[in-house]
Design a protein around this ligand. Structure first.
Ligand code: SF4
Length: 666
């Protein structure tokens, strides 16, 4: 074990809170593609074919490898699929593909014991390896709890021994949505419960002297997922362990939502220096996942040298216990409410820059969520309508919606005859030197390092002040995070809008959009999950405003800091899937996407689906060929209904509950 790495981390969840530093884990051999240690962060994904369809699975695996997958996971729901892994492996090798295979196991120790003799790695879910979930709340005495642990030991030890004998690695993969009744009864549905669930299994492996382990703590809620991985690292280090981490957000969904949710969860941890392999779970073809994972991970391939070359921020040696917020529990940073609009309990605000648009045409506001009707000469607000538009030194020649705040550079603002809903944006020096401030709201832009400047020391603080925090650093997230730590140290409760600018040197507009979602999702999401930020402002010249607007709202939704749309928790599908998840998700979305704030789970199978849809309000779960079971929360309310009527039935249940609204035509 690399005891230096362990020592470095003791009392923290990462090496440094203020600069990028990768946590070096124990190297684990997985076929001929080792993971952890100083190896690159590995990319992986999972097949969606029926495991008994050998050719289909082989061909899909090849497409995944060609797209960049370094490990391929295949579901093994029973012994026959586990046995067929041998045939799949043989055919892949015959075609020249040596990719290590991973068997995915739920509920079936006997399938695991077969698979462990065939493939390079097995994944077990400690929530269901030795337990069948009955949603029972049991008050265990310590002796009873110990008795349960001995029972698990008996069930799990044979697999560990086989893995040891065959040189097979193992992932202990906890899922937030499928914790055992034992863990739920004692720790609840919490990051601590997730960590303990894995630790019980890790301790058994250590007792049997087996260390080829990789650990994951997945959840469909990026906030819970980030907290659980951080707590896992701190717990492992306290017990002298440094197993590699497999990062993933489960049931992330598809398209923009899936990418942003994945970036918020996975990207935040990569920024923390955590993670040895990444699987992005999208409800899309599995070969679409690797490029997203690669784009997330690539930003860190040269991070170490960047840190060396840009030693602008010194590692303050800040430990988690020195922080004024708890990184294992969400709490928004305390700020005052400026102008009864930003900070305090207000949702984080969204700013977009329209200064380079045609300011003679009110239709430009539609991309910012205000749809102009020339006939009625009025605006309709969409669910995702921004709170501030920035016009710099330009003046629009049309009337703006009465509830939309406008930002102008200070000198231009000074000259405005009517300042209603118009606010100044100052440089730090302007604000300190110039006395002509607004009595309502003053926005001041600054960079993290400015907090140590004389100008910052001379700031006249009052509750009209809001900071706009920019960064030019390539290590922007940690640069901006350091600023928040210093604000906490100084006891300053000024609201902060976090601003980031992105430019992508490519003409491929799809790639630009995807990278914006991934980069902004990581950089802004990592701050928001820690409760930092009272607003966000994304600039991305060359990308349409409507994409910037939906990315900003998507990040707020993924961090659960501002809900503006329906959330879909859809599984990525696998060999157990009983219907076409992509088509079904799109069909459900087309009729329910206006139900702001509802969470709808769309799960491919009844075996794992109900557990994995976590905190969804409603569930649409495959329970047989052409059969769907509908859930209200965790309760199955319509069982095995025909798939042709299932969506109408689901809408009926939503209506019964009073949660349905008709879609407005705007
Ligand atoms: S919920 Fe989806 S991904 Fe999970 S086992 Fe079932 S079909 Fe596979």
């Amino acid at each position: 074990m690399d005891m230096d790495a362990v020592k470095l981390l003791h009392g923290r969840y990462c090496n440094s809170l203020t600069e990028y530093s990768r946590f070096v884990t124990r190297e684990v051999a997985i076929g001929d593609v080792p993971m952890g240690g100083n190896n690159p962060i590995r990319i992986q994904s999972m097949t969606t074919t029926d495991t008994m369809d050998t050719i289909g699975t082989v061909e899909q695996s090849i497409r995944m490898v060609d797209a960049g997958c370094e490990y391929v996971r295949i579901t093994a729901p029973s012994i026959k699929e586990a046995q067929n892994l041998a045939e799949i492996k043989k055919q892949l090798r015959m075609r020249g593909y040596t990719v290590p295979l991973v068997a995915d196991i739920h509920f079936t120790p006997n399938a695991a014991e077969v698979a462990a003799r065939i493939v390079e790695k097995v994944r077990v879910n400690p929530g269901n390896y030795a337990d069948k979930k009955k949603f029972d709340q049991i008050d265990y005495t310590d002796a009873q709890y110990q008795g349960e642990l001995s029972r698990i030991y008996q069930k799990f030890a044979p697999l560990v021994k086989i893995c040891k004998e065959y040189g097979t690695a193992m992932r202990i993969g906890t899922n937030h949505g499928s914790l055992s009744d034992r863990i739920m009864s004692r720790y609840g549905d919490t990051p601590q419960g997730m960590v303990e669930s894995a630790m019980e299994f890790i301790r058994i492996c250590e007792d049997l002297n087996y260390n080829s382990l990789v650990i994951s703590m997945k959840s469909s809620n990026p906030q819970v997922m980030v907290q659980a991985y951080r707590l896992l690292v701190e717990t492992m280090v306290a017990e002298g362990m440094n197993y590699p981490l497999h990062l993933g957000v489960t049931e992330a969904g598809d398209g923009e939502d899936g990418r942003i949710k994945s970036a918020v969860g996975i990207g935040t941890l990569l920024e923390d220096g955590l993670g040895d392999t990444v699987r992005v779970s999208l409800t899309e073809e599995p070969e679409a996942e690797a490029p997203v994972a690669i784009a997330l991970v690539e930003r860190y391939s040269s991070r170490k040298s960047l840190v060396e070359s840009q030693k602008s921020t010194q590692d303050s040696g800040l430990k988690t216990q020195d922080l004024q917020h708890n990184p294992y529990e969400y709490k928004r940073r305390h700020t005052y409410e400026a102008n009864a609009f930003i900070g305090g309990h207000m949702v984080p605000r969204v700013v977009v820059d329209l200064s380079n648009k045609n300011l003679k045409d009110p239709a430009i506001l539609s991309d910012a969520g205000y749809l102009y009707s020339p006939l009625l000469d009025k605006y309709n607000m969409a669910e995702q309508s921004v709170d501030f538009v920035y016009f710099a030194d330009e003046l629009p020649s049309f009337n703006l919606p009465g509830n939309l705040k406008q930002l102008y550079n200070y000198k231009t603002w000074l000259k405005l005859a009517d300042k209603t809903m118009c606010h100044p944006l100052f440089t730090l020096d302007e604000y300190v030197q110039d006395a002509d401030r607004s009595s309502a709201l003053n926005l001041v832009k600054l960079k993290p390092a400015d907090i140590d400047s004389d100008a910052f020391g001379a700031l006249p603080f009052d509750q009209s002040l809001v900071f706009v925090l920019e960064t030019e650093s390539a290590l922007g997230m940690t640069d901006q995070r350091s600023f928040f730590f210093k604000m906490e140290e100084l006891g300053l409760d000024v609201p902060v809008i976090v601003k980031r600018e992105y430019s992508f040197p490519t003409d491929d507009s799809e790639l630009k959009t995807q990278n914006l979602q991934l980069y902004a999702g990581t950089d802004l999401g990592a701050l928001l999950v820690d409760g930092f930020g009272d607003g966000i402002w994304i600039d991305a010249p060359g990308i349409e405003t409507k994409i910037i607007t939906s990315t900003a709202f998507g990040i707020l939704q993924a961090t659960r800091s501002r809900i503006s749309k329906t959330e879909y928790i859809s599984c990525p599908s696998c060999g157990r899937t009983l219907f076409d998840l992509m088509i079904t998700t799109q069909m459900i979305r087309s009729r329910t996407s206006h139900l702001k704030g509802l969470k709808i789970g769309i799960m491919g199978c009844i075996v794992n689906g109900p557990g994995e849809m976590a905190d969804a309000d409603y569930g649409y779960v495959g329970s047989g060929t052409d059969k769907i079971t509908l859930y209200r929360g965790k309760e199955a309310v319509k069982k095995n209904i025909n798939s042709a009527n299932a969506l109408d039935e689901l809408i009926g249940i939503i209506k019964e509950d009073g949660n349905w609204v008709e879609q407005e035509n705007i």
